[in-house]
Design a binder for this molecule. Structure first.
Ligand SMILES: Cc1cc2nc3c(=O)[nH]c(=O)nc-3n(C[C@H](O)[C@H](O)[C@H](O)COP(=O)(O)OP(=O)(O)OC[C@H]3O[C@@H](n4cnc5c(N)ncnc54)[C@H](O)[C@@H]3O)c2cc1C
Length: 339
């Protein structure tokens, strides 16, 4: 039996890849979505499911998990072939056809490919304080899966970026006491988030660093803090939990091993106005792409998705025309495959 050929293969099932797959379905293409992890949602699902997202159009405020649930529901509408736990280990091009090789040993053929792999595999930036990693899971955390694990706890959050600031404000409503430890007086977060923090009951320990973390006989944690410029000025705080929020580091080793290597811009792929790389038919959207003025935001990636899908369609079906508006497109029954 001849192998089926997809119109579009989308690699990466973060929010941007998910929306691209939906839109490709809306445009009645034969589309497959490939995701390494067991669940869709990318950074939102893996790194900040409990965070309140404020900057996606149409949602005045939405929790990470709720936003991904809404995208999943939207994605169910059209027959998209979804494969989770499927890492793309190689991408080759021969003539006008791409071959995608997965870690499961399958080969998928597609006329066009949209890469939405974000910044690749990611992990939290570790705190450089001796012994702390031995306490992970025993009061020290790099992730929050459920904010109610911290109900009525005394917690400290280390960090000063958007995520640390938002997390401190969010947890201050349910924790007994919340302390934010940052090595500068200024926070690197959205202006409104900083204003909210300043008006909240979060205790700020700045400009301070953590010298040591030790377990107390009662199981709580003693944090020794020092003024950044003067290690002599120290004070101790006792907390139930320490949440480290120093950002994330990512690596793209899998993608760097692909046979097809589009032009890079730093660690991500350079694209033109239609999100196409220097390899015809290969598009990159979301955090994985770069052009002048690019910002790594969900809203930006969601906007790029239809542009890339429409440009991809022009590659394999130049006479089709469009796009129309969704209200003028014919909606079909839903078929979803998830294996
Ligand atoms: C803590 C934090 C808070 C943030 N808060 C906000 C916010 O409030 N608002 C906002 O707009 N943005 C926020 N961002 C940024 C936002 O999360 C990203 O811009 C967004 O996730 C990018 O989506 P994406 O789909 O391009 O990539 P990702 O979300 O990174 O998804 C990429 C997906 O591709 C998969 N993948 C990678 N390589 C392969 C492969 N070889 N084969 C198959 N699958 C692969 C990954 O497993 C992943 O699921 C935040 C980021 C962080 C870290």
């Amino acid at each position: 039996m001849a192998q089926e050929i997809y119109d579009i293969a989308i690699i990466g099932g973060g929010p941007v890849g998910m929306f691209a797959a939906f839109y490709a379905g809306l445009r009645d293409t034969k589309v497959i979505l490939l995701e390494s992890l067991a669940t869709l949602g990318g950074q939102v699902t893996s790194l900040y499911p409990e965070k309140t997202i404020l900057d996606v159009a149409g949602f005045s405020a939405t929790k990470g998990t709720d936003f991904i649930a809404a995208l999943s529901q939207q994605l169910q509408r059209f027959p998209v072939d979804i494969r989770t736990q499927t890492t793309v280990v190689n991408l080759e091009k021969s003539g006008n056809l791409f071959t995608v090789t997965t870690n499961n040993g399958t080969f998928i053929q597609a006329k066009t490919v949209i890469v939405a792999t974000g910044k690749g595999a990611f992990e939290p930036r570790k705190i450089q304080v001796a012994g702390v990693d031995n306490l992970v899971g025993q009061g020290v955390h790099y992730f929050i899966k459920n904010k109610h694990d911290f109900d009525n706890h005394h917690i400290a959050i280390a960090g000063g970026g958007d995520s640390a600031v938002d997390m401190a404000t969010m947890l201050s409503h349910i924790a007994a006491e919340t302390t934010l430890i940052h090595r500068r007086d200024n926070f690197r977060a959205m202006e409104q988030s900083v204003k909210t923090l300043m008006a909240s009951k979060v205790i700020r320990e700045t400009p301070k660093k953590i010298l040591s973390v030790s377990k107390q006989p009662d199981g709580r944690l003693k944090l020794r803090l020092a003024h950044v410029k003067d290690n002599q000025q120290v004070n101790d705080i006792i907390v139930d939990d320490l949440i480290i929020n120093y950002g994330f580091i990512s690596e793209n080793k899998t993608i760097q091993a692909w046979a097809v290597q589009p032009k890079l811009a730093g660690q991500v792929f350079a694209v033109n106005q239609t999100l196409e790389t220097n390899v015809p038919g290969l598009f990159v959207i979301g955090d994985a792409s770069h052009y002048i003025g690019k910002a790594d935001l969900i809203a930006i990636g969601l906007g790029e998705a239809p542009s890339a899908v429409n440009a991809a369609i022009r590659c394999f079906d130049p006479n089709r025309g469009g796009p129309g508006h969704s209200s003028s497109m014919v909606l079909k029954d839903t078929i979803v495959r998830n294996d």
